[in-house]
Write a protein that binds this ligand. Structure first.
Ligand SMILES: *Cc1c(COP(=O)(O)O)cnc(C)c1O
Length: 370
């Protein structure tokens, strides 16, 4: 037996790895189950945009070349879309990367990084990895409580993460409350608004009544604000790993010093550009999701189960008993959902909204598993 742990960086020893949703192939291998559906990682059940697939086909002959390390064309397109200068944009191998860069660029050992209870597991992991201290403010109705968040700020706070809507709860903050919060915080603290589910939450179908904020609109006003978006969710490109942040150019420059060259591959770049043009696919995606939220909501209600109101492409349901055995029973029915005990929610399951048929298969499985 070799022993390398004593050689490792101390902050790394204290980490627990991120638990992803179970891959379909793994369930096939382990349980011998067929016809599996995965509603565990908030992927787009309609798949990628056909335009993105076509762009990949057209570009695959070029994969022997390094990609454009600056992602010029995609950045230009995003800059135009958001009405910002390209110098504000940092591309990442998934939006998880700019989340990591911001921590590595700003958080020293012992500095504090603030977020909410029941929020994205990546925030504390990235923080601890650099010897920072993750501080989880108390939640309210499972979502961000901005008063509690404000009260948790100390002189050591360097970065605040706000997932809007929040994962794994689907809860959201409205324009006024989020704006007032950002306004109230010192401009010497970086505020990251993580908008991974923006396309869903801002859709008229989703029930946020036009009150869902686009934090990108405040980027000029608040130099300490950074907004992240991803192609992994509504754009259906999770496997390609591409996302981005919009921030003050100086913050982007600092992050760019950490960013590995060629962190975004050439197929991801062309697919993202094409996906941005495919509004039809995006509209179908959002509509399918809105219908699915209603379908699952109705089913849960008839089973007497309580859900956390969600504006995202997933919903968390309270089983009023430990969810782990139900999760396992669902696996045997070929349905992969997400247990969220590691988010302090041992009685909940998080279900990604699927197609109508997938949702029905999940509902049938759940009825047999409860
Ligand atoms: C899925 C998700 C992301 C994005 O992950 P990618 O690295 O872009 O695939 C970021 N934040 C939250 C809250 C998420 O749920």
């Amino acid at each position: 037996m070799s022993n390398f742990s004593h050689l490792a960086v101390k902050s790394v020893l204290g980490l627990n790895p991120y638990l992803p949703g179970k891959p379909i192939e793994e369930l096939e291998r382990e349980y011998g189950v067929k016809d599996i559906i995965k509603l565990a990682s908030n992927e787009n059940p309609l798949g990628p945009s056909p335009k993105a697939l076509e762009a990949i086909s057209n570009s695959k002959k070029d994969i022997w070349l390094y990609p454009d390390g600056n992602g010029f064309e995609l950045k230009a397109k995003l800059a135009a879309k958001h009405g910002v200068d390209s110098s504000r944009i940092t591309l990442g191998n998934g939006s998880s990367e700019p989340l990591e860069y911001i921590i590595r660029a700003f958080v020293n050992q012992g500095d504090e990084v603030l977020f909410s209870e029941h929020s994205f597991a990546i925030y504390p992991i990235l923080t601890k990895a650099v010897g920072g201290i993750g501080v989880a403010a108390k939640a309210k109705n499972w979502g961000y409580d901005l008063n509690a968040l404000y009260d948790a700020i100390t002189p050591k706070t360097k970065v605040i993460f706000i997932a809007n809507p929040n994962n794994p709860t689907g809860t959201w903050l409205n324009k006024d409350e989020l704006y007032r919060f950002i306004q109230s915080v010192s401009d010497q603290i970086i505020i990251v608004v993580d908008e991974a589910y923006f396309e869903y939450a801002s859709a008229p179908e989703t029930g946020a009544d036009g009150q869902f904020p686009n934090a990108m609109e405040w980027i000029d006003e608040f130099p300490n604000l950074m907004v992240t978006r991803t192609f992994s969710k509504a754009y259906g490109l999770a496997g390609l790993r591409i996302g981005y942040s919009v921030s003050h150019p100086e913050v982007a420059d600092l992050m760019n010093r950490i960013r590995p060259p060629f962190n975004v591959n050439s197929l991801a770049l062309v697919a993202a550009i094409a996906a941005l043009d495919d509004t039809e696919h995006l509209n179908n995606t959002v509509k399918t999701n809105a219908a699915g939220l209603i379908q699952l909501g109705t089913a849960f209600e008839s089973m007497g189960l309580e859900t956390i109101p969600s504006v995202a492409n997933f919903i968390s349901v309270d089983l009023k008993k430990p969810a782990a055995p139900v999760y396992d029973a669902l696996l045997h029915h070929g349905v992969i959902v997400r247990p969220v005990a590691n988010y302090g929610m041992p009685n909940h399951l998080r279900i990604t909204i699927g197609t109508k048929e997938q949702n029905q298969k999940f509902i049938n499985g759940l009825e047999l598993s409860l």
